[in-house]
Write a protein that binds this ligand. Structure first.
Ligand SMILES: [Zn+2]
Length: 406
């Protein structure tokens, strides 16, 4: 009975408060006079496995189909890939009604490693599962040099060649992804370059180059931002459309082509650019230290291994500390996370106030300060930031994800 009242209350609570209501302390505080009689089942995830188009049984990739086993699953209508910290990388898909113990769902191209959670039509929410490893979809076809396009063309329209500088890109990196193109045979009356999200097929950005003459190589570049915001990670592709004087049209790729002039956009790059290993228990977040606990994750690598900004942003502090050694703290661009890199072999060339881009070199692995062995000590802090009202959280899941793609 107490359980059903708890569920009723959960079903009725504002979404953001549900987790708090589910806490045992709150549950026992209920007075039982709520009068709620509606039972809202709370789905529970016990196991997630990959069914089709898998990297392996336990490793999914965009385009896979997964199976969730658990209880109270009959009413489940949505599955959310929670990704890493924050909601910016969350992806929700519809789930076909299955049995009470089993549901199936598609892994969209945009889903990233992290827990999954389930929502029922009646508003029940499961707790997040253990993190599920999701690998990127099969890679785009590299096409760094101009080559004739496979896309449709009406006779009379210009012939098109295109090329895309890279198949892997990072939000807020410099240089960005460069798309080059050239017309031949005829001039165009108009040119349009569209950036298409392969996750849902929407056009997220458009360029209209003015030089419509043939035999001229032109290009556009993109840095993973849309206005002042970071674009969602995932597969994107460039699509060029050229209209001829007689109304004939040529396109560089078919609608739904997620390989031609395509690239995968990631929100972070792994910061240690060389052979590396995560430390043992002592290097973990929360490990005991004299007088405090370990607030970061250690990644061991040879002294001198290049260190880059996992995410661009603004440098908040650059200093030396007897424990941290040479360190630098970067307020991540569009992330609400501060990134603190410690034990650098030399002071970073960047200073407080400087703008740093994703993947830019910020120093090298060292053992300055209180360090046994050369390693990067990385701390991740929630907003408002490092010793600024935020709190540290475990960087290891993020580091492992970044390491899986970069
Ligand atoms: Zn450490």
């Amino acid at each position: 009975m107490r359980d059903s009242r708890l569920h009723a209350k959960r079903g009725a609570c504002a979404l953001i408060l549900c987790a708090a209501v589910a806490a045992p302390a709150t549950a026992t505080a209920q007075d039982g006079s709520g009068g709620g009689s509606m039972y809202v089942a709370t789905p529970k995830v016990s196991k997630v496995t990959c069914l089709r188009s898998c990297a392996s049984k336990k490793r999914l990739r965009g385009g896979s189909v997964l199976v969730v086993k658990g209880s109270e699953l009959a009413g489940v209508s949505q599955l959310t890939y929670d990704g890493s910290y924050g909601t910016g990388d969350d992806v929700t898909v519809k789930v076909r009604a299955g049995s009470n113990t089993r549901v199936q769902a598609r892994v969209p191209l945009g889903a990233v490693t992290g827990p999954i959670s389930l929502t029922t039509t009646a508003g029940g929410h499961s707790r997040p599962s253990k993190p599920v490893l999701i690998l990127p979809p099969l890679p785009p076809e590299p096409n760094p040099e101009l080559s004739p396009v496979p896309g449709p063309r009406v006779a009379g329209a210009p012939r098109l060649e295109t090329g895309t500088s890279r198949t892997k890109a990072f939000v807020d990196a410099r240089p960005g992804v460069k798309f080059s193109f050239r017309l031949s045979g005829a001039s165009a009356t108009s040119l349009t370059v569209e950036l298409v999200s392969a996750v849902d097929g929407t056009v997220v950005k458009t360029w209209t180059p003015q030089d419509v003459a043939p035999d001229v190589v032109q290009s556009v570049s993109w840095n993973g931002r849309l206005g002042h915001s970071a674009a969602r990670p995932g597969r994107y592709s460039f699509r060029l459309t050229a209209a001829g004087a007689d109304g004939s049209v040529a396109r560089s790729s078919q609608t739904g082509d997620v390989q031609r002039d395509a690239f995968d956009l990631y929100d972070h790059i792994f910061p240690v650019r060389g052979a590396h290993a995560f430390g043992g228990a002592a290097g973990r977040f929360g490990a005991g230290r004299t007088g405090h606990t370990h607030q970061g994750q250690d990644t061991f690598a040879k002294c001198g291994t290049r260190l880059v900004a996992a995410r661009g942003g603004r440098v908040k502090y650059k200093a030396y500390h007897s424990l941290a050694g040479n360190y630098i703290v970067i307020d991540g661009d569009n992330t609400d996370v501060d990134y603190a890199y410690m034990h650098l072999d030399q002071p970073s060339p960047f200073s407080a106030g400087d703008r740093v881009y994703t993947g830019q070199t910020i120093g090298a692995v060292g053992d300055t300060g209180d360090a046994v062995g050369c390693h990067l000590h990385l701390e991740l802090w929630t907003g408002p930031g490092w010793y600024d009202g935020g709190h540290p959280f475990d960087p290891l899941p993020s580091l492992k994800a970044w390491d899986s793609w970069s």
